[in-house]
Design a protein around this ligand. Structure first.
Ligand code: SF4
Length: 476
């Protein structure tokens, strides 16, 4: 098995990558601005929903139920899709999925493909595999196109080019589309992208897509998007290959009702997506003549096996947790070293890779809980982060500072005598740092804590001392 999540196995640890990116003031400005705009839009459209909490609860229950019976629903999906004229392929890992897709494209004699809405293809490194096989992939989602032409990496799961501003995008388009001139208004940029892509939509014979949901009951597949490029990519080619993780299955068509309400509101602050494409196998005379779907595991069954972190697979990739996360909003997505950035990336990437890489990611969080509050399917990300930190410690991979701190705490907490002595030492040493009842600056590595928050000093008297004095006074 070669489970792979983009280049995450080779990426530097989060603190190192973050330290470098924190020095890029333009990137930080772009990320803060873009996430601020999306958060405000999301808050407005969520506030107008009186049953938002019930919808979240329903989303959670549908996902949890599906994952408990995933084997059944996957087989049901396969039968229904095949009945409707589709071809279903099962891929255990990244290499298997890439090989299948390359062989399907070669079977159609194609040397180029148009692609849309498929983070999963970034997960398995599909573009690299296609190029190695002499097949040119063209991204057609606007943000993915910006990332591809800029030879960049995605930094957000909904808005992959969120770290770029319009002047940077203009420069990329001018250079890579070989344009003589280009305005800097958003409509100038989208018109340039339209002209560049339209010719490819009409010429290229094979399309590759991801999907937001796959419906077990009917074998239908659903893609939601805002631009319409997805619709063209799904309907114009002669053959369509869709790649999805196995967790994208939902049981019935009715279940879409919940997700099509919570997803657009959480992702882009829209009441509904402008384009909701749902197709079932093939329909003669309408859309692609051949339809293939590749169902990818790539570590997902390992995540499924862990009851404490299984909810990670509930994710519908709305990106709300990224926009809410105070860590992501400072560093942007590249610091996470994975196609999955932010809080969901911090729990998903290490688990897919069986905790063999990215062990620093579960620590890339202040555990403030903002991600949990906004998640439309109620994934308790802070709890899963703590669970994964426990796994890192079990493997002996915890940061050295944490290991020393935990050893010291274990020693001090071992007996009441040691605990009292530790309290007395801390009380004596904290005095120079106290100011107006708070500790605002600690020295050395401990300063990391007080750099962003105050510390309440240890009280002059412990509860045990106070209680014993009180008892003595009352018996005197
Ligand atoms: S974890 Fe929740 S909030 Fe984050 S992307 Fe997934 S569904 Fe959205």
């Amino acid at each position: 098995m070669s489970v792979r999540v983009g280049q995450a196995a080779q990426a530097p640890d989060f603190p190192k990558a973050a330290a470098r990116l924190l020095g890029d003031s333009q990137l930080r400005h772009n990320v803060r601005h873009a996430t601020g705009v999306i958060r405000a839009k999301r808050a407005r459209v969520v506030d107008e929903m009186p049953d938002w909490e019930q919808l979240r609860e329903a989303g959670l229950r549908i996902k949890q139920h599906t994952l408990r019976h995933l084997d059944t629903y996957l087989e049901q999906f396969e039968s229904a899709c095949v009945r409707a004229g589709g071809h279903v392929h099962w891929a255990r890992d990244a290499d298997e999925a890439n090989a299948m897709i390359v062989s399907l494209i070669r079977g159609y004699g194609a040397t180029e493909v148009i692609k849309v809405k498929t983070m999963t293809s970034d997960e398995i490194g599909l573009n690299v595999a296609l190029e190695a096989a002499g097949i040119a992939p063209y991204e057609t989602d606007l943000a993915d196109l910006i990332v591809q032409l800029g030879e960049d990496r995605p930094s957000h799961i909904v808005v992959p080019a969120l770290h770029r501003n319009k002047m940077e995008i203009r420069r990329i388009f001018l250079e890579k589309m070989k344009l003589d001139s280009l305005g800097d208004r958003p409509e100038d940029l989208t018109n340039a992208a339209r002209r560049y892509l339209r010719e490819k939509f009409l010429r290229v014979k094979v399309g590759i897509s991801g999907a937001n949901f796959a419906i077990a009951q009917t074998g239908a597949v659903c893609v939601v998007e805002s631009e319409g490029n997805g619709r063209m990519c799904l309907s114009l080619p002669e053959a369509l290959i869709t790649l999805i993780g196995i967790e994208k299955i939902i049981p019935t068509f009715e279940d879409l009702e919940v997700f099509l309400q919570v997803l657009p509101r959480s992702a882009t602050g829209e009441r509904m997506n402008p384009y909701n494409s749902i197709w079932t196998g093939i329909t003669p005379g309408d859309g692609p003549r051949e339809f293939h779907i590749v169902l990818l595991d790539n570590g997902r069954t390992n995540v499924l096996a862990d009851e404490e972190s299984r909810d990670t697979l509930n994710c519908i990739r709305c990106g709300a947790c990224l926009n809410a996360c105070p860590v992501y909003r400072q560093t942007g997505g590249h610091a996470y070293g994975s196609v999955y950035a932010g809080p969901i990336g911090a729990i998903l990437t290490p688990q897919l890779q069986s905790m063999q890489h990215s062990q620093s990611l579960p620590y890339a969080s202040s555990l403030c809980g903002a991600c949990y509050e906004v998640c439309p399917v109620k994934i308790n990300i802070p709890e899963i982060l703590i669970h994964l930190r426990g796994k890192v410690v079990e493997r002996g991979d915890a940061p050295i500072s944490e290991r020393i701190a935990m050893k010291a705490a274990a020693f001090a907490l071992h007996t009441p005598g040691r605990f009292s002595a530790a309290q007395a030492i801390a009380r004596a040493t904290q005095v120079p740092f106290e100011h107006a009842g708070l500790i605002r600056h600690l020295p050395g590595q401990l300063g990391g804590w007080t750099a962003v928050r105050d510390l309440v000093p240890i009280p002059k008297q412990s509860f045990r001392q106070w209680w014993s004095e009180r008892r003595k006074a009352s018996s005197a």
